[in-house]
Design a protein around this ligand. Structure first.
Ligand code: HEM
Length: 524
């Protein structure tokens, strides 16, 4: 064909234009096919040399584009059962397999050794890319801790880390700040007077108030009467997170389509934070080191997170990126974790009974950070809820270069695999956390006692991820959750589920209950 093409190209005057174009197209197609066959062959040679074998592939009905698996996943996403679908597919194909979605091959894995490699020693081979990046970029920009990789990420992490090391326990948690907002939550719950209410909605308000108080020194006060400005900010923030997560699903090209409403919401959100950054900077310049009482800030007489960040002299936009990252990373996740705790407790009266006994052993109505950390059963309840309902239920990375993962190849799935450059890898924390080989035959049940024995779950249990990019706010979140649950059971006797049906999980950037979490409470 190449010869024919060369001859025809030499004298095009005798050939009709259509035939000429057709032949040219065919030539290019064949050349590409040849190249891809050669590349596949060379790839398999390299794999063999490294002792790697290919992992199994999902048995697609449409092996070209994978439309079958894609539409099934889309339906599961809409019916809030995507995590169960992933679980079934792992059971069907094994812990590591390739799956196609719209022609893109994704490596799915729940193998701990692979995940440890991706998040740990080989993390530079596995940057954050794909939907998570497309979703967060329009809101956070390219320099934030949440959207950056390599050196840019290291700089952001080094800048933010010290602010999380504040507090007596070195966990950044500020009990005075939690106390104020948890008190408001309990007042609202008291007012329900035994009637059913959505505790997830109440907790989302509380975590937004806590996060803004902690970060900016000024709470949005959603639990009281928010200012019109704060109300608009929260509406824009929620719209922007939801909409950009949805746009991200359209892929790298379509997600950049013009979206004026989203753009305006993002501008307003960033403008809101930037005003705080600018004012904090002004105040710092005027008052030197201490800016106590800045903007009527209501986080007490302490420096807030922002005060610490602006010491670094970083540009205002850069600080805005980081503050927004933390808001995005910490608000919905913590609300979803706490909702999960109450969801499971509302269905386990015997656990509530035991938990109440532990909470009542404390003499006062307040608990210190140390007391909270020492309450074994309370911490096991939280651990167990995060196992069954992980706020970040799936995660992904994309290979930056051709690289080896330790497991998934060969008939028994135990041999290493060679992964081509540009391959997305997705894992399901949800599936890992329900692995019967680790958690036993009752892995699907809520049983905090399982953590009392000799259960050793290291990388098998990663609600906060692992390795150098492990969640920065882990301790902050755990203390906040423990404190809220402690205060709740100092006051209320029971919590009862007021909705039935299977556990559905909405999977956006974080997991949540699609229909809220309806409960009612009884006083002591
Ligand atoms: C129960 C609540 C939370 C859960 C389950 C959770 C989970 C996670 C997970 C899984 C990651 C890793 C994401 C990835 O690498 O792709 C992460 C990262 C992060 N989280 Fe959390 N998180 C929680 C609360 C918080 C809070 C309260 C804050 C801040 C106040 C926070 C700040 C961050 C930050 C800044 C990162 C990025 C770290 C980096 O890339 O270096 N998180 N979180």
């Amino acid at each position: 064909l190449l010869n024919v093409h060369a001859r025809l190209s030499a004298d095009t005057t005798h050939v009709p234009l259509f035939s000429y174009l057709l032949l040219s197209a065919l030539t290019i197609l064949l050349a590409k096919l040849n190249l891809s066959l050669i590349n596949t062959y060379l790839f398999s040679l390299r794999a063999r040399k490294l002792g790697c074998s290919p992992p199994p592939a999902y048995p697609h009905k449409d092996p070209l584009l994978g439309l079958d698996a894609f539409t099934e996943a889309l339906h599961a996403l809409k019916s809030h059962t995507l995590l169960d679908l992933y679980l079934r597919r792992f059971q069907q194909c094994g812990p590591t397999y390739y799956s196609l979605a719209l022609g893109t091959s994704t490596l799915m894995t729940q193998d701990v050794d692979n995940i440890k490699t991706i998040l740990g020693p080989r993390m530079d081979d596995w940057p954050i890319d794909g939907p998570r990046l497309f979703a967060a970029l329009p809101v956070l920009g390219p320099n934030s801790i949440f959207t950056s990789n390599g050196e840019t990420w290291r700089v952001a992490r080094a800048m933010l880390r010290p602010s999380f090391s504040r507090g007596a326990g070195g966990d950044g948690a500020d009990l005075a700040c939690f106390r104020k907002h948890v008190d408001r939550l309990l007042t609202a719950i008291r007012a329900t007077d035994g009637a059913a209410f959505d505790i997830q909605a109440a907790l989302l308000d509380m975590t937004m108030d806590v996060s803004t108080d902690f970060l900016l020194g000024r709470s949005t006060d959603l639990q009281l009467t928010p200012s019109p400005e704060a109300r608009q900010f929260v509406a824009d923030f929620e719209y922007a997170s939801r909409e950009s997560a949805w746009m991200a699903r359209l892929g790298p090209v379509l997600c950049n389509l013009p979206h004026p409403r989203l753009r305006r919401a993002v501008e307003r959100v960033r403008g809101y934070i930037r005003r705080y950054v600018a004012r904090a900077r002004e105040a710092a310049a005027q008052e030197g080191e201490s800016k106590v009482g800045m903007m009527g800030g209501d986080a007490g007489k302490k420096e807030n997170f922002l005060d610490e960040l602006i010491r670094d002299e970083a540009p205002e936009d850069y600080v805005t990126d980081q503050v927004l990252s933390i808001l995005l990373a910490g608000r919905d996740t913590t609300a979803s974790a706490m909702s999960a705790v109450f969801y499971f407790l509302a269905r386990a009266p015997e656990v509530v009974e035991k938990l109440r006994r532990e909470v009542r052993e404390v003499q006062e109505d307040e608990a210190s950070r140390e007391q909270l950390k020492q309450m074994k059963y309370l911490n096991n309840v939280i651990r167990e809820a995060l196992r069954l309902f992980s706020p970040v239920p799936t995660n992904s990375r994309t290979s930056k270069r051709e690289t080896v993962l330790p497991r998934g190849g060969g008939p028994d799935g135990r041999q290493p695999i060679l992964v081509p450059k540009g391959t997305p890898v997705r894992w399901s924390t949800h599936a890992m956390h329900r692995d019967k080989a680790i958690y036993g035959p009752d892995a699907d049940e809520f049983r905090p006692e399982r953590w009392e024995g000799d259960l050793r779950a290291g990388w098998e249990y990663i609600p906060f991820s692992g390795g150098p990019r492990i969640c920065l706010g882990q301790q902050f979140a755990l203390i906040q959750i423990a404190y809220t649950v402690f205060k709740f059971f100092r006051e209320f006797r029971d919590i009862e589920a007021r909705d039935s049906g299977p556990l559905l999980v909405r999977t956006n950037l974080t997991a949540s209950f699609p229909n809220g979490c309806l409960v009612s409470v009884r006083h002591e």
